[in-house]
Structures are given as structure tokens and as C-alpha cells.
Design a protein around this ligand. Structure first.
Ligand code: 3PG
Length: 408
């Protein structure tokens, strides 16, 4: 059993349940960066290998579910490529089944043998797994009703999706005995231990609705340094003129996110970049924040120095998301310099989110080994730090109480 003191929750672990010979459904987060249908960073896939191997070796009959991307997104893909990557990571045979709750999935599950893995289709191909809702609604979904009949045990290993109240994450544990897998367990243990006092937060990336949601909570705990598209949201909330850069912001956030950003700014602990790297008419240059007139591609050197000062007086730094478009080598300097500043500051550094994890590869060798903890999660880690609900974890706690005799 894992006790989460910060949340007053108890969650069962693999030690609390018999899986030998039992049909076991494992929810992982292998939502990875993809290009042209190919997986371009398999770190999340590798992270889940331990849970899956442990289950397969202990004689469980294992099927895996996961999502990839969001409907309409360029990376909204099938899980066929993930099956090959999972096979390489686990060393076990993986059968990809292009079905989730239909007859093909049911037949494949019934025919499961120990020592092999089934990977069902992207759960977000079902409209239901794109909605978030309260327990009653999640329990009514076809996904929960059908899959809970096919399996005897649920293993929640998708910490990186635990902030979504979606059926495959927060509904299934309410319908059957469920425990945390190895990734979920180690992420929760680390987050409990590490997100203590005197933490500052670098928040970059482009999932602005999540960033806005966590910002007021984080700003009451420590300084928030912003980068990437997130920086524009807070600069706007401070009343800065963004010129044409505002168009990018308008496409992804509404008035509600701006209100939350304003609430965070009012606590006086949000920092926005002093300068940016922009590309104009083919020329790459550094401009100060008040000269910004186009969407920035990175943060500039003055910003790195200002943020370095904050990191040097912090006990821990949570680094989520990137400061620029790191896929393009011309715009990764800010992210790498900030990571290096964090790693040489003496603070405990927690890195979360796919692209920033990958950016560690460009950090100087002698600094890379100074990372305190690399999380598979971005948004979920911020929700944890900000004290916001994690429905995927709460559902595991409820399942422990309801089906496994645990106490609240
Ligand atoms: C993530 O990458 O943060 C998780 O996989 C959740 O994905 P989502 O933001 O599309 O829900």
C-alpha cells in the first residue's frame, strides 16, 4: 500500500493483489512525440516496461490500453508503432489489436496466454474517452462497462494522465479491483517527497489550459518562471502588448485561462521573459519583451540570467515544458541554457514532460548527471505540485477501499 500523506489517500500496489492467471488490464501513458506515424521519443514506452514485465513474469494475462494525441491533432495515431516499440522495450511478444471494446478485442483477450502482451487500440478513438466527468458518468460509459467485464484486475500506471477524469483512467478503477503499477507508484512517491517547500517552477510548453489551471496554486507556493507559449499568456495577463504574437495565444486559450493567469499574476510571483528570440524575414535576432511583434521561437539571454538568480535561491526546481521550439536546433538554446542553470544551481531538479526530457540530451555531460528526478509526466506533475485533484489517483484510492479492504 502506498500512503499519500499530502492528499490523505491510500492506494493499493502490485503487492496487494494476486495477478497470476488473472486477466489484467494495464492503463499506461505512451502518448509520445510522433512524426509521419513514427515514434520519435520512446522514453515513456521504456518507462512502463518494468510494470509489464513484472506482470507477465508473474503469470498474469496482460492487456494494455493507452491513448495517443487528441482527436484532430497531427499525432492522433493508431498504436501500431507503439506495439513494436513496446516489444523492443519489454522483450516480450506484443500483439496489436486494432479494436478497444468490440468483438475483436474481446476475442483476443479471451485467448490471452501468460508471457505475452496485447495492446488494444488508442482509447481516444472512442468518443467516450475524450470526455471528463464525475464518477457516475464514467461508470455509465460503454468503455468501462465492457472492459470491466473482460478483466479481473486493473493496474493504473498512467501517472502522466492521472489529471484527466476520463473513463480509461478514472472510471475503470471504480468498477473493479485496481492498484497502482510501478510507474504510478514511483512517480507518486517521488512527487510526495520532492515537492516540498522552497520550490520554484519553470513552466513552458504549449498546453496553456493546463498551465492556467495550475498557476494560481503554484504561485501561492513559489516563483513561476514562464517560457514557450505559456509566457505569452502571462505577459498578456500582465497587460503587455504582444503585437501579432497575440494571434497564437488567441487560437489556443479563451477568457477563462486569461482570468486564471491574472489570478496567478496578482500573487506577485510570476516572471515573464525579458527578451525573446524571433525570426523575421529569415533573420534570427534577440528582441526585448517590449519590442515583441511576432510569435517568439525561444527566450533570450537576459531571461536566462534573470531565471538563473531565482533558481540559485531555490531548494528545488520543477522544470516543465520547454522555453522554445527545441525540435529546431536554432531555437533550443534558451531551454538548454535554463536547464544548465537549474542543474548548476545546487537546487534539486525535477524534470517533467516529453520534450524537456528529450532536451536533457543537449545539456553538457557533467551537468546531466545532476538531475534529481525525471518524471514521465508534465501536466499531472504540475497538478500534483499545485494541490489540484488527480482523478486517476483518487479512483485508485477508492478502488482500494471498495474492493481490496483498504481503509481511507
Ligand atoms: C500528457 O502528455 O500530458 C498526457 O498524456 C495527457 O495528454 P492530454 O493532455 O492530451 O490529456
Amino acid at each position: 500500500m502506498l500512503e499519500l500523506r499530502s492528499r490523505g489517500l491510500r492506494v493499493g500496489t502490485l503487492e496487494d493483489i494476486e495477478t497470476r492467471g488473472r486477466r489484467t488490464l494495464v492503463r499506461v501513458d505512451i502518448n509520445v512525440p510522433m512524426k509521419g506515424g513514427r515514434v520519435i521519443d520512446d522514453s515513456r514506452i521504456k518507462a512502463h516496461a518494468a510494470t509489464l514485465r513484472l506482470l507477465a513474469e508473474s503469470g498474469a494475462l496482460v492487456a494494455v490500453i493507452a491513448h495517443q494525441g487528441r482527436p484532430g491533432g497531427e499525432d492522433f495515431e493508431t498504436l501500431e508503432a507503439h506495439a513494436r516499440a513496446l516489444e523492443a522495450a519489454t522483450g516480450l511478444p506484443v500483439t496489436y489489436v486494432p479494436d478497444i471494446i468490440g468483438p475483436a478485442a474481446a476475442e483476443a483477450v479471451k485467448a490471452l496466454e501468460p508471457g505475452e502482451l496485447l495492446l488494444l487500440e488508442n482509447t481516444r478513438f472512442l468518443a467516450e474517452d475524450n470526455i471528463e466527468g464525475p464518477p457516475e458518468l464514467l461508470l455509465r460509459t460503454h468503455l468501462v462497462r465492457r472492459l470491466s467485464r473482460l478483466f479481473e484486475v486493473y493496474v493504473g500506471d498512467a501517472f502522466a494522465t492521472a489529471h484527466r477524469a476520463q473513463p480509461s483512467v478514472a472510471g475503470l478503477p471504480l468498477a473493479m479491483p485496481a492498484v497502482a503499477g510501478k510507474v504510478m507508484e514511483s512517480e507518486l512517491r517521488a512527487a510526495e517527497k520532492l515537492l516540498s517547500a522552497n520550490t520554484s517552477y519553470f513552466v513552458g510548453g504549449s498546453k496553456l489550459n493546463d498551465v492556467a489551471k495550475v498557476a494560481p496554486g503554484l504561485a501561492s507556493k513559489g516563483v513561476i518562471m514562464t517560457g514557450g507559449l505559456s509566457a505569452l499568456l502571462f505577459a498578456k495577463a500582465m497587460g503587455q502588448d504582444l503585437g501579432r504574437a497575440e494571434e497564437a495565444l488567441r487560437k489556443v486559450v479563451g477568457p477563462e485561462a486569461l482570468e486564471l493567469a491574472r489570478a496567478a499574476v496578482s500573487k506577485g510571483k510570476v516572471l515573464v521573459p525579458l527578451d525573446y528570440v524571433v525570426e523575421e524575414k529569415g533573420e534570427i535576432k534577440v528582441v526585448s519583451a517590449n519590442e515583441l511583434s511576432t510569435q517568439p521561437k525561444d527566450v533570450g539571454p537576459a531571461t536566462v540570467e534573470a531565471y538563473r538568480d531565482v533558481m540559485e535561491s531555490s531548494g528545488a526546481v520543477l522544470f516543465k515544458g520547454t522555453a522554445g521550439i527545441v525540435e529546431d536546433p536554432r531555437f533550443r538554446r534558451g531551454t538548454v541554457a535554463l536547464l544548465e542553470a537549474a542543474l548548476s544551481s545546487g537546487a534539486f531538479v525535477i524534470v517533467g514532460g516529453g520534450h524537456v526530457g528529450a532536451s536533457l540530451a543537449w545539456v553538457r555531460d557533467e551537468l546531466r548527471s545532476m538531475v534529481g528526478y525525471v518524471s514521465t509526466a508534465g501536466g499531472a506533475l504540475l497538478y500534483m505540485a499545485a494541490g489540484l485533484p488527480l482523478p486517476g489517483v483518487e479512483a485508485l484510492a477508492e478502488s482500494y477501499r471498495k474492493f481490496l479492504g483498504g481503509t481511507a
